[in-house]
Design a protein around this ligand. Structure first.
Ligand SMILES: [Zn+2]
Length: 165
C-alpha cells in the first residue's frame, strides 16, 4: 500500500501465502502472496467494522489456547512443525486442498511470535462468515486495487478466503 522498502525499514511486516494442493498429485501452487507493513495493516484494520473485528477476535480467542501455543512453540524449534496443523481447528495441513500460512518479519528476519502459523480451508471459510458486508466491501476494494489473477484466484479473492489482518 505505501510501497515502503520492507528489507530496509524500521517497520515490521507480515507475509501471507495461500496455497492450493491438487488432489492425487504432488503439485502445490501459490495462489496469492503478499506482504504488508504493520503501519498499513493498522490502517486497514481501522477501515474494518468494529463488529467484524470483534467477531474475528472472539473467534481467535475461542480457537487458540495461547498458553498451549506458547508452550508448543517454545518446545519445537522447527518452525515447519508450527505449520503442520491449522492453528485454529487443528486440521492437518497436509490434507487440506487449500491453506494459508502467515508470518511476521523484520528486515530479512522472521519473527518467532507464535507465528508462523497455518490456517486450513475450513477455518478460512469460518472466518469469512464472521465479517460484515461493509467489511467485505473494504476488503474487496483492497483486493481490486492490489491483486489480479486467473479465474480460480479471482474466485478465492471474492470469497475473502484469506485473512489479511
Ligand atoms: Zn505500508
Amino acid at each position: 500500500m505505501c510501497e515502503c522498502k520492507l528489507l530496509d525499514n524500521d517497520t515490521p511486516y507480515m507475509i501471507e501465502k495461500v496455497f492450493k494442493r491438487y488432489p492425487s498429485t504432488t503439485t502445490i501452487d501459490v495462489l496469492i502472496e503478499y506482504a504488508i507493513c504493520f503501519e498499513c495493516a493498522k490502517k486497514m484494520r481501522k477501515q474494518l467494522s468494529a463488529d467484524s473485528l470483534a467477531n474475528v477476535e472472539a473467534y481467535m480467542k475461542s480457537k487458540i489456547d495461547i498458553d498451549a501455543r506458547a508452550e508448543f512453540v517454545s518446545k519445537n524449534s522447527e518452525t515447519d512443525k508450527w505449520m503442520e496443523n491449522c492453528v485454529f481447528l487443528g486440521d492437518k495441513i497436509s490434507e487440506c486442498n487449500e491453506f494459508s500460512i502467515q508470518g511476521q518479519f523484520f528486515n530479512d528476519q522472521m519473527l518467532l511470535t507464535g507465528m508462523p502459523y497455518a490456517v486450513s480451508e475450513n477455518a478460512m471459510d469460518e472466518l469469512a462468515e464472521l465479517i460484515s458486508p461493509e467489511t467485505k466491501d473494504v476488503l474487496d476494494d483492497f483486493i481490486g486495487k492490489h491483486f489480479s489473477g486467473p479465474p480460480e484466484v479471482e474466485e478465492i479473492l471474492k470469497q475473502n478466503r484469506f485473512i489479511l489482518i
